[in-house]
Design a binder for this molecule. Structure first.
Ligand SMILES: Cc1ncc(COP(=O)(O)O)c(C=O)c1O
Length: 443
């Protein structure tokens, strides 16, 4: 184990620190959010569920590119479709029939889809959906629940009293967000219908939409999402499901099919295209059609690569019965990680729906918990596994990867148990405590 080194990664990281503010573009990919000094930072290549770093280390990866990879890295079918598209041209002065084919496919698969718009990412898709909802209703206010990206409409929630702490993490300063947006975006608590109705009453006639992540790892409380649907209908508010992270994982038609609740609009990105930039806003005709009269327009949204990747990805998800695979692999993962916790004598559990569970290590003190999380990532990384307490399956994760990972996790849990018992977590930790990770609302 002592031979594991990320020297070359750390050298490149030093160069990056001088040139790239924050060093990565996605906050969740920042090395300070993993085990800086032990976790790999720079990849050489990836295939299936494996990543090779610039120091020549090989890892089983459970982060799946923070969500976009759902079939596996460098998937042959999607990449062949992309290569074929590149040979025909990435983008033209006019458009390609495939844009209509993808719309037809989304309308076939997703319950809320009658019309479709495209873009290039999740935050962008949310922003488009909110703009459409504001345009259709002529109202400004937004009620939200969950993470919806970096744009002003959403970060405006932190102008005044900080309110994103429950949804993301503490200490997000809305630097650069116009103060005039204060009071336009208000969070509500997942599972609390009374609070949501209170907000709808308090801001009666002013709310354009409710935008929310319908679920993540946990099963939604019985009847909750149907209750939200009912409130949105009664108060004449557009209901938007943000399925950027829940999309395609728990049911073919995503979380809305799984829970049997159909929103007015839905946003997708990330896994829709197995790693090629893409986002989609879908919805009922009455809400989507007015978008043709709004100024919602960008050159790369007609790019053919993301469309080719999405068509191939959605067809492969169906052909490979991805949801059944995630349920099968997830059940095994939960069972084996829970057995590892028991064997290591650590109060830890793998919880949530089988297709998308998460790991909980029971530590009360938040400062200690941050150290324990870093130690978990550190001990996994030095044994060739990229795994934090939150993770995403892809179709290339198989039984052998689960078994190898469970063996590693048992050793990592053992270290943590030893550190907690003896009060030596600080001594075991070779890296700074993990910066607070995204506190996902829907845990
Ligand atoms: C639910 C949800 N919405 C929006 C986003 C933002 O997507 P992007 O990072 O592509 O802008 C994310 C990304 O994690 C997400 O999980």
């Amino acid at each position: 184990m002592s031979e594991h080194s990320v020297h070359r990664s750390l050298e490149i990281y030093e160069r990056a620190r001088a040139l790239i503010p924050g060093t990565t573009q996605l906050i969740s990919r920042r090395p300070t959010r993993a085990a800086l000094g032990v976790s790999p930072i720079y990849a050489e290549r990836a295939k299936g569920c494996r990543i090779w770093d610039v120091d020549g280390n090989e890892y089983i990866d459970w982060t799946s590119a923070v969500g976009p990879v759902i079939l596996g890295y460098a998937d042959d079918v999607v990449d062949d479709a992309v290569r074929a598209q590149i040979a025909r041209g990435a983008i033209y002065s006019i458009v390609q029939e495939s844009a209509v084919e993808l719309a037809e496919e989304l309308v076939r698969i997703v319950p809320s889809a009658e019309m479709v718009r495209y873009c290039k990412g999740g935050g962008e898709a949310c922003t488009i959906a909110v703009r459409i909802a504001r345009g259709v209703t002529g109202r400004d206010k937004v009620l939200f629940c969950g993470y919806h990206g970096w744009h002003d409409w959403y970060q405006a929630a932190n102008l005044g009293a900080e309110r994103l702490a429950e949804h993301l993490f503490n200490g997000i300063e809305p630097i650069g967000v116009p103060r005039s947006l204060e009071g336009t975006a208000m969070p509500f608590t997942y599972g609390d219908l009374q609070e949501l109705e209170g907000l709808l009453q308090q801001h009666a006639g002013e709310v354009a939409c409710i935008i929310m992540e319908p679920m993540r790892s946990g099963e939604p409380p019985e009847g909750y999402l149907a209750g939200v649907r009912d409130l949105a209908t009664r108060y004449g508010v557009v209901l938007i499901f943000d399925e950027v992270s829940s999309g395609w994982r728990v049911a073919r038609g995503s979380a809305q099919e799984y829970v049997g609740v159909t929103p007015d609009m839905t946003v997708f990105a990330k896994a829709i295209s197995n790693g090629y930039p893409m986002g989609a806003v879908v919805g009922k005709r009455e809400f989507m059609e007015p978008a043709s009269r709004m100024f919602i327009s960008s050159a790369y949204w007609d790019d053919n690569i993301g469309i080719a990747a999405s068509l191939a990805c959605l067809r492969e998800l169906e052909r490979r019965d991805a949801v059944a695979h995630f349920n099968r692999i997830g059940a095994l993962f939960k069972e084996q990680v829970n057995a590892a916790a028991a064997a290591a004598g650590l109060a830890a559990q793998c919880v949530g729906v089988a297709a998308h569970p998460s790991i909980r290590i029971e530590v009360d003190d938040p400062a200690e918990a941050a150290k324990v999380n870093a130690l978990f990532i550190q001990e996994n990384a030095r044994r060739g596994v990229i795994l934090a307490t939150g993770f995403m399956f892809n179709c290339s994760h198989g039984e052998s990867e689960v078994e190898r990972t469970a063996a590693v996790v048992e050793e990592s849990f053992g270290k943590i148990a030893e550190g907690l018992d003896r009060g030596t977590i600080d001594d075991l930790l070779e890296v700074p405590p993990q910066e607070e990770s995204f506190r996902r609302l829907v845990s």
